[in-house]
Design a protein around this ligand. Structure first.
Ligand code: AMP
Length: 501
């Protein structure tokens, strides 16, 4: 096959009659040639609606065949896809859509928060439908009379996402065709994916893990993706059996849920080629239990939005996979000290990455970019150590993030919402260890008027997606602060973690 340079060439074989996408909820299945035809048709319709190259379109949809078809159509048309979590509240959506400079929104008609946010920004909302054959239509866009749009270029931005920042403002991450395509091909190559493979997609497609790690990697290798609307533990093994899944990728929280119910769900003892874990730390004990119960190698990987997902992963057999590590670099990976010097094996420091999958920089954020890059390497904000075989172990985090079951929460964003409450004088969100999610979010609050935890929770729930709402509020007389007045979140975590006195 000639070298692929843009996402228009992502599909392993666009003329193949083989299955590409299976939507179990409607029973629709798309072949590669159906998919390729639809991408051309919808790309023409989107450009026919008046969008110009480089324009951004927000997609706010649950997982499904529509998201993948629309993503490929938008990028085919030289437009930028900006998928967003449908659980976001109107204020969050307004920020993300505004920051992405979206020109239109594709969402379900039933999502009131989207309509509210889009109306405030003066954006049209288009609704997609898929018929029983998996043909996607966007209302009110008609069939375009236009010619097929010109080809995208490798440097065109294809995907625009946000990552939680150290301030309350999330950072915009533009990923080019090269970034996303190279990452999808890397992942396909690393796990030796073939047209025989079928990936059961349980991670959201608005995040790089689901979109690139599970779905695009599979489409790049000619296999099939099985895309239910959401992860459902009770339906997981039925779907895996019915559609002959050969692998799945998920966060440790999902693996643990599947493991806990494996016997009552009559989960199979073998059948998967491998299980991939990414986006949060997988305990070696859980890895061992998963391997024992499901009879498949469990390969832990390390990914991040800024690097179009995978940075490192344990390899499939016969190469060894090492529990407690995230495997070998699939991008260039190194470890540096505080002064920026590269460190040798067994010396802990900050993990840095570079290569064709890494973004060129956050959008409109020179300050964040100055801090994020060093000599062409991207600083991950994670601490790690490489062993003599080049396997990376993650040992901590420099950046201030709460990783709740793979969903990243910026504590500063939660502080900012709490500080808007009229009874709150000071607020600090922080993470505590949690058996189910790895970390859970809590908040400490200094009050200047009467309020209780229920009221604060309701206030947060009206402004923040549920996963960002603190599970406990601690009313305190003062917040612990360092010599420069910086709130000591680590101290709060130690004070309020389970079992602390
Ligand atoms: P995101 O941009 O949402 O993909 O988040 C990226 C961050 O998730 C990384 O910088 C890490 O802090 C964390 N992460 C990803 N994979 C792992 C892993 N296998 N173990 C621990 N943390 C991880």
């Amino acid at each position: 096959m000639p070298q692929r340079t843009t996402l228009a060439e992502l599909l392993a074989d666009p003329s193949a009659p083989a299955r590409a996408i299976i939507a179990p909820s409607s029973g629709a299945a798309l072949s590669y040639n159906d998919l390729a035809e639809q991408v051309e048709r919808l790309a023409a319709a989107l450009r026919g609606a008046g969008l110009a190259p480089g324009d951004c379109v927000s997609i706010v949809l649950p997982n499904g065949l529509e998201v993948l078809v629309l993503f490929l159509a938008l990028t085919r048309a030289r437009l930028v896809a900006a998928p967003l979590n449908p659980a976001y509240k109107a204020d969050e959506l307004r920020f993300y859509m505004g920051d992405a400079q979206a020109r239109a929104v594709i969402a379900d008609t039933a999502n009131a928060a989207v309509h509210d946010a889009a109306a405030k920004l003066g954006l049209p909302v288009w609704s997609p439908t898929a018929d029983a054959r998996g043909q996607v239509w966007i209302s009110p866009l008609g069939p375009a009379a236009n010619r097929v749009p010109e080809a995208a270029r490798p440097d065109d931005v294809a995907l625009f996402l946000h990552t939680s920042g150290t301030t309350s403002r999330p950072k915009g991450v533009p990923l080019t065709h090269t970034n996303v395509l190279c990452s999808s091909l890397n992942i396909a190559r690393h796990y030796e994916l073939t047209p025989e493979d079928r990936s059961l997609v349980v991670m959201p497609l608005f995040h790089v893990h689901g979109l690139i790690g599970a779905a695009l990697s599979t489409l790049a290798s000619g296999g099939a993706v099985i895309v239910p609307p959401r992860f459902s533990a009770s339906e997981f093994w039925g779907l895996a059996r019915a559609h002959r899944a050969s692998w799945y990728s998920a966060v440790p929280t999902i693996h643990q849920v599947l493991l806990a119910r494996a016997d009552s769900d009559s989960a199979p003892h073998r059948g998967l080629r491998f299980i991939r874990s990414c986006s949060a730390a997988l305990a070696p004990a859980t890895l061992a239990q998963l391997e024992r119960r499901f009879g498949a190698p469990v390969l832990e990987a390390y990914g991040m939005t800024e690097a179009a997902h995978q940075v490192a992963s344990n390899p499939p057999p016969p190469r060894p996979h090492k529990p407690g590590t995230v495997g070998v670099g699939t991008a260039e990976v190194a470890v540096i000290d505080d002064a920026g010097h590269h460190l040798g094996a067994n010396m802990p420091g900050e993990v840095v990455v570079r290569g064709p999958t890494v973004m060129r920089g956050y959008r409109n954020n020179p300050e964040a970019n100055a801090a994020a890059f060093i000599d062409g390497w991207f600083r991950t904000g994670d601490r790690g150590v490489l062993d003599a075989d080049g396997y990376l172990a993650l040992i901590g985090r420099i950046k201030e993030l709460i990783n709740r079951g793979g969903e990243k929460i910026s504590p500063a964003e939660v502080d900012a919402v709490l500080l808007e409450h009229p009874a709150v004088a000071e607020a600090a969100a922080f993470g505590i260890p949690d058996a189910k999610y790895g970390e859970e979010i809590c908040a400490a609050v200094v009050l200047k008027a009467d309020a209780d935890a229920n009221e604060l929770a309701a206030y947060c729930r009206s402004r923040l997606a549920d996963f960002k709402v603190p599970k406990a509020f601690h009313i305190v007389a003062a917040l612990p602060k360092g010599p420069t007045g910086k709130i000591q979140r680590r101290e709060l975590s130690a004070m309020f973690k389970p079992g602390a006195k």
